[in-house]
Design a binder for this molecule. Structure first.
Ligand SMILES: Cc1cc2nc3c(=O)[nH]c(=O)nc-3n(C[C@H](O)[C@H](O)[C@H](O)COP(=O)(O)O)c2cc1C
Length: 278
């Protein structure tokens, strides 16, 4: 890829959009979009949500004072709400020019947005100040998710169901789900599909390789027997072709680990990764 240098003023940071819900001093609630949101892990169960805020906004003051907040993931339908909440500061008055449903958290006493498909209830663990900004590292005390979402494990969250707004100076939406870790690792072809499919493909390629080899050997023998050089050359080319085909199609390599088979003898199992291949 050919690249060009640009000034470091450009901010390309792919950010998830969250609306942060906090409690005001008088018990009322306040919501504001914050997209400087990430996560980190300090061991044990769960991970820390990391959110960063600049300036003197009410949301920052509230989080500082109470140490708790909700982080409400913004989906495409919530975009008008996020746009509104982000363009009005709490200092300019109550953010009630448009209607939105608010509930309370299930574990922490924080305001949550009814329309959000994924809500974190968070408690600040520690903060780090850098210039005009502050970054909060927060324990996630509870997560509420859209009932339509099914997650088999920690990483099995289908973002296409959540339809989040992605912010990077402009609002974007997600494309499709592409797969999981390992699906694109060429050497671990088995991860991408069913084990039987992988072995079937491997055995088919080996059969083709042996057919080409057999044709090459037969032609070579006929060429030598009849002393016709052209037939002998065709035979030798056939033998070479079977070798190249075997190497480049994967017929000579273990379908699981990708190692070239037969360097230390054949068997039912790959001599490198130990998986059954024949
Ligand atoms: C899409 C979007 C993303 C934003 N992300 C952040 C952010 O990550 N950090 C921040 O300090 N302010 C961010 N803001 C600005 C605040 O949301 C904005 O200043 C808001 O009015 C503050 O409201 P408050 O005074 O009620 O806290 C963002 C605004 C928008 C529209």
């Amino acid at each position: 890829m050919r690249r060009k240098t640009i000034k470091p003023i450009y901010s390309m940071c792919v950010q998830p959009s969250f609306i942060i819900g906090t409690n005001n001093e008088d018990g009322s609630y306040n919501f504001a979009p914050i997209t400087w949101v990430s996560a980190t892990y300090e061991g044990g169960e769960g991970y820390l949500l990391v959110i960063s805020m600049s300036g003197t906004k009410k949301t920052r003051q509230n989080v500082n004072r109470t140490g708790i907040f909700s982080a409400n993931l913004v989906n495409r339908d919530m975009l008008p709400l996020m746009d509104y909440l982000g363009s009005k500061h709490a200092a300019e008055g109550n953010k009630d020019d448009i209607e939105y449903g608010v509930s309370r958290g299930e574990v922490l006493d924080v305001p949550t947005l009814n329309d959000s498909p994924w809500v974190y209830e968070c408690e600040v663990e520690r903060l780090v100040e850098t210039g005009e900004s502050v970054t909060f590292f927060c324990h996630i005390r509870n997560i509420q998710v859209d009932e339509n979402l099914t997650c088999e494990d920690t990483f099995d969250v289908d973002l296409t169901v959540l339809d989040p707004v992605i912010y990077s100076g402009r609002y974007h939406s997600l494309g499709s789900m592409l797969g999981k870790i390992g699906d694109f690792n060429k050497n671990a072809e088995v991860n991408a599909g069913n084990t039987n499919d992988v072995l079937d493909k491997f055995h088919r390629r080996r059969l083709i390789m042996y057919l080409i080899l057999a044709i090459g050997v037969i032609a070579s023998l006929i060429g030598m027997g009849t002393m016709i050089p052209a037939v002998l050359i065709i035979g030798i080319i056939g033998i070479m072709a079977s070798l190249f085909y075997g190497l480049f199609s994967g017929a000579m390599c273990c379908p699981y680990c990708g190692e070239i088979l037969g360097r230390s003898g054949f068997g039912d199992h790959c001599q490198y990764c130990g998986k059954k291949i024949f």
